[in-house]
Design a binder for this molecule. Structure first.
Ligand code: AQP
Length: 330
């Protein structure tokens, strides 16, 4: 049985991109694997987080994950900072990873933009911490959206270099697991990924949105003025239309070809209202259950604490051995 590790930043309310790119697959992976799900608060503070909001978002995300079907009894759900092994291994990896490797990371370039000098050092070494998160548990299967594949390749480079430098085969290679609906784009700009930190709430659908909010966001989603094409080739130069068709396909588990067979030749009006209905059917039950769970914060906290205890029991011996390989006296 493979050990799965996956993380999500408590930097806001999870959105449809997080759901289709990650959370939905986590729920399925639980059937066949041992899973460790982590609210990566150490990653979240690589950009400024208001402390009160960080706490709030951590609890909200816990509620969303439970509502979406994560089972904290059979698997592990916890927040990263509660298990110090992540930070210890990340420091070792900061010393194994090369600047040249980090310079190639497109997510840093996207997030830092032109104002690179002003970003935190943490944002730059974020992929080293991500490698540590996974290898702290020697996990070998990591479900990620398309945007994170490059970070998994880097994690494998780090594991290989560590093994080479210290003459060991201690760390395994990691396999990314990328789902078909791997990248959901912003509703305001089909060339940018849907993101929690986008200042425009209209750019994303949160997993706590109700049916009216979903309908309004979909209605306002940017589109062009042409009708939908009948073939997927017709979407090539139309990023917004492609995104909406991809969303419809993902939430109704049908291929985009079939979506276009049904809606091709029509304007966006009918299509958007059908899409909003599909999205509400998917998200509505998660949003309702999240609200119910948020009424009992002490239960959410105890889920996280229990998860952290169990995560620590796996992590401690692995990271202690890595420290000994490096030559640290214990
Ligand atoms: N738009 C997306 N489409 C598909 N998958 C996505 N993921 C994130 N955005 C999309 C996947 O969700 C998992 C958790 O992501 P994260 O919250 O840890 O980090 P992120 O990728 O940086 O997500 P955001 O929303 O863009 O967060 P902020 O704005 O805080 O940086 C990952 O598996 C990711 O692939």
């Amino acid at each position: 049985m493979k050990r799965v590790f996956s993380g999500i930043q408590p930097s806001g309310i999870p959105h449809l991109g997080n759901y289709l790119g990650a959370i939905r697959n986590w729920v399925t992976l639980q059937e066949e694997h041992e899973c460790i799900f982590c609210l990566v608060d150490l990653h979240a503070i690589t950009v400024w987080q208001d402390p009160k909001e960080l706490q709030e978002h951590t609890l909200q995300q816990t509620a969303v994950l439970l509502a979406a079907g994560i089972d904290p009894q059979r698997h592990i759900l916890f927040n990263q900072s509660a298990v110090s092994a992540h930070a210890r291994l990340a420091w070792i990896f900061n010393c194994v990873s090369r600047l040249g490797w980090l310079n190639r990371m497109t997510q840093f370039k996207d997030k830092a933009g032109k104002n690179r000098e002003n970003h935190s050092a943490g944002l730059y070494v974020y992929p080293n911490l991500m490698a540590a998160d996974i290898l702290t548990y020697k996990a070998t299967l990591v479900p990620v959206g398309d945007d994170q594949k490059q970070h998994i390749e880097l994690a494998n480079d780090i594991a290989q270099k560590f093994n080479h430098d210290y003459g060991t085969d201690f760390f395994p290679q990691i396999e990314p697991f990328t789902p078909p609906a791997a990248r959901v784009m912003s509703l305001r700009d089909g060339t940018k990924k849907m993101s929690k930190s986008d200042p425009s709430e209209q750019s994303r659908i949160d997993l706590t949105d109700d049916a009216d909010t979903i309908a309004q966001k979909v209605r306002r989603a940017k589109t062009d003025s042409d009708p939908l094409p009948s073939e997927t080739e017709g979407l090539a130069e139309r990023p917004e239309a492609r995104n909406l068709v991809g969303l419809y396909a993902a939430v109704s588990s049908t291929p985009p070809e079939q979506v276009l067979a049904e809606f091709g030749g029509q304007g966006f009006g009918t299509f958007k209202s059908a899409l909003a209905d599909r999205l509400s059917t998917t998200i509505g039950p998660i949003a309702d259950e999240t609200r119910r769970l948020l009424d009992d914060r002490s239960h959410l906290l105890s889920v996280l604490r229990n998860g952290a205890d169990r995560a620590r029991a796996i992590a401690e011996p692995i990271v202690t051995e890595a420290e000994q390989l490096v030559g640290f006296l214990r």
